[in-house]
Design a protein around this ligand. Structure first.
Ligand code: GLP
Length: 243
C-alpha cells in the first residue's frame, strides 16, 4: 500500500486526476471504476479541463460506477447516474453507452445485480478503481457488517450513511434506504485501487482502514489485502494515522 500524503483537497484532486490521466494515456481503452460524492468531484473537474485542452481522450474508455440509490432514475438530480453525467461524462468524449452505472429503477433487483457483475466480469473487471471513504469506513455502499460482501448486491443503508448523505437531499426522509453496490469482492478484482480521502471527518475511518484490524466492521480495511492500493489523503484525513 502506498500512501501519498497531500496538503489539502485541491492537492488530493490533482493527484487523483494525475493517476486517472496516466491510466488513460498509457491505455486509452482502460476500464475505469468510478466513484461519486464530494471526494472525486474536484478530480473530475480537472479531467474535464484536460480533455478540453486536448490533453486527454476518453473515446475508448469504459467505466463502471460503484453504486446507485435504489429507486432513483438517472434523471433524478441526486442519482449517481445524474452526478456522473453532470460532473464528468457530459464534459468529455466518453461514449455514454460504455458508461455503466447500476440501474436504480430496475424492476428486478437480483437480475440487475447479476447482470452488472457479469458485465464487469466480461471486461475482466476494472483496471483502475477510484474509491471515496464513508465516515463509517464504507466503500461503495458496503456498510459495516459481519461479513465481506462478494458481488454486486442490494444493501440496506445505515442511519449514519443516510444522515451523512442527507446534506444532498432536501431532507433525510428523501434519502433512499437502499442502494446497489459493487461487492467488496468485486472491488478487490481491480488492478489498481486509489482510495482518496480529505478532511477531519474521515480521519477515524481512514485510521481504522489503514491501521486497524482487517474486519467487515470497517469494510475499507480489506484494502490492506490488495496488492496495489494507492491512498491519496490530506493531512486532516491522515491526522489519526501513525504511518
Ligand atoms: C457515499 C458513496 C461512496 C462515497 C462516500 C463518501 O455514500 N456511496 O461511494 O465514497 O459516501 O462520500 P463523500 O466523498 O461525499 O464524502
Amino acid at each position: 500500500m502506498r500512501i501519498v500524503k497531500v496538503k489539502d483537497y485541491q492537492e488530493m484532486s490533482r493527484k487523483v486526476a494525475n493517476l486517472i490521466s496516466a491510466q488513460i494515456t498509457l491505455n486509452p481503452s482502460s476500464i475505469l471504476g468510478l466513484a461519486t460524492g464530494s471526494t472525486p468531484e474536484g478530480a473530475y473537474k480537472i479531467l474535464a479541463r484536460r480533455y478540453k485542452k486536448g490533453d486527454l481522450d476518453f473515446s475508448e474508455v469504459v467505466s463502471f460506477n460503484l453504486d446507485e440509490y435504489v429507486g432513483l432514475s438517472g434523471e433524478h438530480p441526486q442519482s449517481y447516474r445524474y452526478f456522473m453525467n453532470k460532473n464528468l461524462f457530459d464534459l468529455v468524449n466518453i461514449d455514454l453507452d460504455y458508461t455503466y452505472v447500476p440501474r436504480g429503477t430496475a424492476s428486478d433487483p437480483d437480475e440487475m445485480c447479476d447482470d452488472y457483475e457479469a458485465e464487469l466480469e466480461s471486461y475482466g473487471y476494472v483496471d483502475l478503481q477510484i474509491l471515496g471513504l464513508g465516515r463509517n469506513g464504507h466503500i461503495g455502499f458496503n456498510e459495516p457488517s459481519d461479513h465481506f460482501s462478494e458481488k454486486t448486491y442490494c444493501v440496506d443503508l445505515t442511519e449514519s450513511t443516510i444522515e451523512a448523505n442527507a446534506r444532498l437531499f432536501d431532507s433525510a426522509d428523501e434519502v433512499p434506504r437502499q442502494a446497489y453496490t459493487m461487492g467488496i469482492g468485486t472491488i478487490m478484482h481491480a488492478g489498481i485501487i486509489v482510495l482518496a480521502a480529505s478532511g477531519k471527518e474521515k480521519a477515524q475511518a481512514l485510521h481504522d482502514a489503514l491501521e486497524g484490524p482487517i474486519t467487515p466492521a470497517c469494510p475499507a480495511s480489506i484494502l490492506q489485502m490488495h496488492e496495489d492500493v494507492i491512498v491519496v489523503a490530506d493531512e486532516d484525513a491522515l491526522s489519526l494515522c501513525t504511518l
